[in-house]
Write a protein that binds this ligand. Structure first.
Ligand SMILES: O=P(O)(O)OC[C@H]1O[C@H](O)[C@H](O)[C@@H](O)[C@@H]1O
Length: 530
C-alpha cells in the first residue's frame, strides 16, 4: 500500500464511497434544499456549481482532510517560493511569476516591456517587411505547449481581434498544414514567430525552415529574414544558429513549462492579435486567480475544490474520463488545451519517490464545444454504460451577440447538465405518454456527475482566470497523487524511435533491430510510394 492509499483520509473516503454510490443525485437533491448554496463557490465573477457531483458536504470534508494529509499547503508554498519542485529536471515552477504584475521578477518585467515595444512597432506600422510593406499576417510556428495555449487564447478572444492583423497557427509536421497557410499569404507582408522552448522540436524546425525558404524564394536576399522572423524560446543559441537575429529573439526562462508558457513570450501571437493592453488583462486575470489560490482557505479555494472533485470521481467513483464542454464557440479549443495541461502533467504512473502508484492517476480528458457535442456523442453519456464526469462552462454574456442565439445556448447547457444528473424514470416516460413498448428505450438513468462553471463574459481577464484555475487544479491533483506534474518523459521514446526510423523511411539506412510490424509497414509504404 502506498503512502497515499494508507492515509486515514483515503481509507475513510473509500468507505464513504461505498455509501455514496447507493445514492442517486435525485435523492441527494430531494434530501437537501440548500444543496446549491452549500455546493457552489464564487470568486470575482466566476461561479462554480458542483451540486450535481455525486458527493455531499461530508465527502468534501474528507477530501479536504486528504489534501491536508498530503501537505498541499506546503507544496503550494514550495511552488510559490521557487523551490525546484520539478525534481527530475531540477527546476522551479514559475509560470505564476509571469503574471505577477508589478511584483514580477525584474527579468520578467523587462521581457514584457520588449514584447510591448515589439507589438507597438508592428501595430503602428513602424515594423516593415523587406519591401517596406506593413505586416498584415502573423504565422505562429510551434507545437504542443508552444501552440495550444496561444492558439486557444487567440480564438477565444476573437471578439477583441486587432482589425488590421491576422494571426495564423501552424503546428503539424504534415506539409498540408503549412502549405495551406502559405498559399494564402504574401511574403512581403508576413511575419513568422518561431515558438519553441527548446528550439530542437522536429515539427517546428522543419516548418520554420520551409517558411524561411518560401520567404527567401520571394525576397532573394538573406537580409529579409531579420524583417520576417522572430522567435520565442529559452534556447537563444539555437535560435541564433537557425538564423534569427538576436534582437528578434524573445527569451523566457527554463522554469516556464511548455504547457504553462502562454504567459511568457510564447504568448506573443496573443498580444499581437488582441493588443498588448488586452494581453496584460489576460495576465491580470491569471494573477487574480493565483492570489486566490495562494491565499484562500481550502473550503473556498476553487482550484483545490476542482481538484478534489476530480479525485473523488477518478479514485472513488471510478470515472475513467473527464469531459470538458465549453458552451462557447470561442472556447472550442479549450478541451484541447486542457487535454495537454492535464494529461501531460498528471498522466504518470511513477510517484515522486520513484515508486509505481497503486491508484489511478489522470483520467482521459476530452470534449468539444456545446451544443455540437449534444448531436453526436452525448447519446453515450445519457444512456451508455460509462460513468463520465463533465465540466460544463457557460458564458453569461455573448461575445458575438446575434439576436436569438445566446438564450438557446445557455438553455442547452443547463438542460444537458440537468438531464445527465436526473435522467428520466420509466414512470416519468409513461406519464409523458410514451408507448409501453418504448419506455425502456426512452428512460434515462441519470446520475452522471458534472460541475458548471459560469463566466460573466469572455474577456481577456476572465480567460486568464479560467486557464489559471485549471493550471492550479492540475497542480493540486499532482500533489495529492504525489506526482511531478512538470516533466513529460513519456513523450521522449516515440521521438527517439522516429529519429531512428527517418533514414529507413527515406531508404537511406537499415535498422536490423526493427520489429516485424514496423518493418512490414515500412516495406509497404516504400512499395506504394515509389
Ligand atoms: O516548445 P518546444 O520545445 O518546441 O516543445 C513543444 C512540445 O513538445 C514536447 O514534445 C512536449 O511534449 C511538450 O510539452 C512541448 O510543449
Amino acid at each position: 500500500m502506498s503512502r497515499l492509499t494508507a492515509t486515514p483520509a483515503w481509507q475513510a473516503l473509500a468507505r464513504h464511497a461505498g455509501e455514496m454510490r447507493q445514492h442517486h443525485l435525485r435523492d441527494l437533491f430531494a434530501a437537501d434544499q440548500q444543496r446549491f448554496a452549500e455546493l457552489s463557490l464564487q470568486h470575482n465573477g466566476l461561479l462554480l456549481d458542483f451540486s450535481k457531483q455525486r458527493l455531499s458536504t461530508a465527502t468534501l470534508a474528507l477530501l479536504r482532510e486528504l489534501a491536508e494529509q498530503t501537505n498541499w499547503r506546503q507544496w503550494r508554498e514550495r511552488m510559490r517560493n521557487g523551490e525546484a519542485i520539478n525534481h527530475t529536471e531540477q527546476r522551479a515552477v514559475g509560470h505564476h511569476w509571469l503574471r505577477a504584475g508589478v511584483n514580477a521578477p525584474e527579468d520578467v518585467r523587462a521581457s514584457l516591456s520588449r514584447l510591448a515595444a515589439f507589438c507597438e512597432s508592428v501595430h503602428s506600422g513602424e515594423w516593415r517587411g523587406y519591401t517596406g510593406e506593413r505586416i498584415s499576417d502573423v504565422v505562429h510556428l510551434g507545437i504542443g505547449g508552444s501552440d495550444l495555449g496561444p492558439r486557444m487564447a487567440v480564438q477565444a478572444l476573437a471578439a477583441s481581434q486587432h482589425p488590421d492583423l491576422r494571426v495564423h497557427f501552424v503546428a503539424n509536421l504534415d506539409g498540408a498544414d503549412l502549405a495551406s497557410q502559405l498559399s494564402r499569404l504574401d511574403p512581403r507582408r508576413t511575419l513568422f514567430i518561431v515558438a519553441s522552448k527548446t528550439f530542437t522540436t522536429l515539427e517546428t524546425t522543419v516548418n520554420a525552415s520551409t517558411a524561411r525558404a518560401w520567404l527567401l524564394h520571394a525576397a532573394g536576399n538573406e537580409a529579409a529574414v531579420a524583417r520576417h522572423f522572430v522567435a520565442a524560446s529559452s534556447n537563444q543559441a539555437a535560435a541564433a544558429a537557425f538564423g534569427i537575429a538576436p534582437e528578434n529573439v524573445f527569451p523566457f526562462a527554463e522554469w516556464v513549462g511548455g504547457r504553462f508558457s502562454l504567459w511568457s513570450s510564447i504568448g506573443l501571437p496573443v498580444a499581437l492579435a488582441i493588443g498588448f493592453r488586452n494581453f496584460e488583462q489576460l495576465l491580470a486575470g491569471a494573477h487574480d486567480l493565483d492570489e486566490h489560490f495562494f491565499t484562500a482557505p481550502a473550503a473556498s479555494n476553487l482550484p483545490l475544490t476542482l481538484a478534489l472533485i476530480g479525485i473523488w470521481n477518478r479514485n472513488f467513483l471510478g470515472a475513467h474520463s473527464h469531459a470538458i464542454f465549453p458552451y462557447s464557440h470561442s472556447l472550442r479549443l479549450l478541451p484541447s488545451h486542457l487535454q495537454q495541461l492535464e494529461m501531460e502533467s498528471n498522466g504518470k504512473r511513477v510517484d515522486r519517490d520513484r515508486f509505481a502508484v497503486d491508484y489511478q492517476t489522470n483520467p482521459i480528458v476530452w470534449g468539444v464545444a456545446g451544443t455540437n457535442g449534444q448531436h453526436s456523442f452525448f447519446q453515450l453519456l445519457h444512456q451508455g454504460s460509462e460513468l463520465v464526469a463533465s465540466d460544463f462552462i457557460a458564458v453569461a454574456r455573448p461575445d458575438f451577440p446575434l439576436p436569438g442565439h445566446h438564450s438557446g445556448l445557455l438553455a442547452s447547457c443547463l438542460a444537458q447538465a440537468a438531464a445527465l444528473a436526473f435522467g428520466q424514470t420509466a414512470e416519468e416516460a409513461r406519464a409523458a405518454g410514451i408507448d409501453e413498448s418504448l419506455v425502456a428505450y426512452r428512460s434515462f438513468p441519470g446520475n452522471q456527475p458534472s460541475s458548471t462553471l459560469i463566466l460573466p463574459a469572455l474577456t481577456p481577464f476572465s480567460l486568464g482566470q479560467l486557464i489559471a484555475l485549471y493550471e492550479h487544479k492540475v497542480f493540486c491533483q499532482g500533489v495529492l497523487w504525489h506526482l511531478n506534474s512538470f516533466d513529460q518523459w513519456g513523450v521522449e521514446l516515440g521521438k527517439q524511435l522516429a529519429g531512428r526510423l527517418l533514414p529507413v523511411i527515406r531508404g537511406e539506412g537499415v535498422a536490423p533491430e526493427l520489429d516485424a510490424s514496423t518493418r512490414g509497414l515500412i516495406d509497404y509504404l516504400r512499395k506504394v510510394r515509389y
